[in-house]
Design a protein around this ligand. Structure first.
Ligand code: HEM
Length: 205
C-alpha cells in the first residue's frame, strides 16, 4: 500500500512543479501542457502507472480499514496514552483518502476532459489550458473546494510519505523522527505549492 502511494507521492510533486509555469504566462504553460500530451509513450506510461498505483492503494486501503474495524469493533473506554496515540493525520487517512479520490475524479473531468479551448502559436494549434485554469479558479466555489482538498492532500501526504519507510520495515528510533519531519516538510511544500496556484489566480490574475 505504501509503495503504491509512493507512486502518487512522486507524481504530485512533479505535477505541482510543472503547474508553477502558470505564472510564466499563457504561452509557456500551454506549450508545457502540449509537450506532455504530445509525448504519447510518456503520457500513456504515466497514466497506466498512476491507475495501477491508485487501484492497488485504494483496494488495500479498503481491506485494511475493514480488518481494523473487525479487530477493534468497540472503541476503548480509556483513550490511549497520548504518546502512543496515532497522529490526527493517520487516524483520518481513510476519510481524507476518500475525499481525495472524489477530488481526483472531479479534477480530471474539469481539466483533462474539460472544454477544449484552442490557441495557436507559430502555426501550431494546441489546447488553451491557461484560459481554462484561469476560468476555473475565478469561481469562488472551486477555489474553496480546491483549498479544502489540497489541505487534506497535505495531511494525507504528511502521514503517507513517512509511512512508506515503515511499510518497508525501515524503522529506527534515531531515523524515524527525522523521516517523519521530512514527510511533513515534503507535504508542506507540495500542498503549499499547489495552494498558491488557485489562490494567486483568484486574487491577482
Ligand atoms: C491547484 C492544483 C492543480 C492544478 C491547477 C492542476 C491542473 C491540471 C491540469 C491543467 C491538468 C490537465 C493536463 C492536460 O490534460 O494536459 C491536470 C491533469 C491531472 N491532474 Fe492536476 N492540477 C492540480 C492538482 C492536482 C492534484 C492535487 C492531483 C492529485 C492528487 C492532480 C492529479 C492530476 C492527474 C492524475 C491528471 C491527469 C494526468 C494525465 O492525464 O496523465 N492534480 N491537472
Amino acid at each position: 500500500m505504501g509503495l503504491a502511494g509512493a507512486g502518487w507521492t512522486l507524481f504530485v510533486a512533479g505535477h505541482m512543479a510543472g503547474n508553477m509555469l502558470i505564472f510564466a504566462g499563457p504561452e509557456t504553460f500551454n506549450r508545457y501542457g502540449h509537450a506532455i500530451v504530445s509525448n504519447k509513450p510518456l503520457l500513456y506510461g504515466t497514466e497506466a502507472f498512476l491507475i495501477l498505483c491508485l487501484v492497488v492503494h485504494v483496494a488495500l486501503g479498503i481491506i485494511l480499514t475493514i480488518e481494523n474495524k473487525k479487530a477493534k469493533p468497540k472503541k476503548y473506554a480509556v483513550a490511549a496514552n497520548p504518546a502512543k496515540r496515532s497522529s490526527l493525520a493517520s487516524s483520518f487517512m481513510a476519510l481524507h483518502g476518500s475525499i481525495i479520490l472524489v477530488f481526483i475524479i472531479t479534477h480530471l473531468m474539469t481539466f483533462k476532459y474539460g472544454p477544449e479551448y484552442l490557441v495557436e502559436y507559430g502555426g501550431e494549434t494546441m489546447r488553451d489550458l491557461h484560459r481554462l485554469t484561469l476560468e476555473v479558479f475565478s469561481d469562488p466555489l472551486y477555489v474553496v473546494g480546491y483549498v479544502i482538498c489540497l489541505i487534506l492532500l497535505g495531511f494525507h501526504l504528511s502521514h503517507g510519505a513517512s509511512s512508506v519507510f515503515q511499510s518497508l520495515g525501515l524503522n529506527h528510533p534515531r531515523y524515524t523522527p527525522v523521516i517523519k519531519k521530512a514527510g511533513f516538510v515534503y507535504a508542506l511544500v507540495v500542498a503549499g505549492g499547489f495552494l498558491s496556484q488557485p489562490l494567486y489566480i483568484f486574487f491577482f490574475m
